[in-house]
Design a protein around this ligand. Structure first.
Ligand SMILES: Cc1cc2nc3c(=O)[nH]c(=O)nc-3n(C[C@H](O)[C@H](O)[C@H](O)COP(=O)(O)O)c2cc1C
Length: 185
């Protein structure tokens, strides 16, 4: 699959078919996250692949989002920030979050390429997730990703913000009138 197709077709899916995802595809998606940029090359991300039904049900409760419990695999993404913060100080706290997003986007695009679907679940009680998965105190839970195959493609496309809505030139809030569409969106 071409990169632009993966970027444009990725979308959040909250209903999965009964087909079991190939866990090797999930591992390949996690592997893609290794190639994301990390400040000073200090890799802060950890991925936990959860397939135990009981744990998945508990994760769904911790997120108060029942659809999480319908997935056969849930990947929980964590950040171990200590070494980055020891090296770069407080500012690295922001960088650790930013690079989590970079790694996660690689992971999401690779899942899309593999025909797998997920939703980025950022709302959950972190303390409870940590207890369920034995996650140490100094590690933060960034997000969880219930993974499966989409039951059916939506008939309508969800609208995305226009390029115009995010683009300034030279200074913040400086827009430029454009006669022609200069990029295919
Ligand atoms: C940081 C973050 C947290 C999110 N948390 C949740 C969540 O807890 N539950 C959920 O159903 N979707 C969650 N989403 C998914 C967004 O709602 C979704 O990405 C957005 O509606 C855009 O749709 P799309 O992913 O299909 O483009 C989250 C997305 C992000 C980036």
């Amino acid at each position: 699959m071409e990169l632009s197709k993966a970027i444009k077709t990725r979308r959040s899916v909250r209903k999965f078919s009964h087909k079991t995802p190939n866990w090797r595809d999930i591992l390949e998606a996690i592997d893609a996250a290794r190639f994301a940029p990390m400040a000073g090359g200090i890799y802060t991300l950890k991925f936990i692949v959860v397939s135990d039904r009981n744990s998945i049900q508990k994760l769904a409760s911790a997120a108060q989002q029942p659809f999480v419990g319908q997935a056969q695999y849930v990947v929980v993404v964590c950040s171990k920030a200590m070494r980055a913060i020891d090296t770069y100080g407080e500012q690295a706290e922001d960088w650790v979050k930013q690079q989590a997003g970079a790694g996660i986007q690689n992971f999401l695009l690779k899942l899309t390429e593999k025909g797998l679907s997920t939703t980025w679940v950022g709302y959950f009680v972190e303390k409870i997730v940590k207890v369920i998965l034995n996650i140490p105190e100094d590690v933060n839970v960034e997000a969880m990703f219930p993974i499966g195959y989409e039951i059916e493609k939506p008939k309508t496309k969800k609208a995305k913000i226009n390029l115009d809505g995010i683009l300034y030139f030279e200074k913040y809030d400086h827009k430029r009138k454009m006669k022609d569409k200069y990029i295919d969106v």
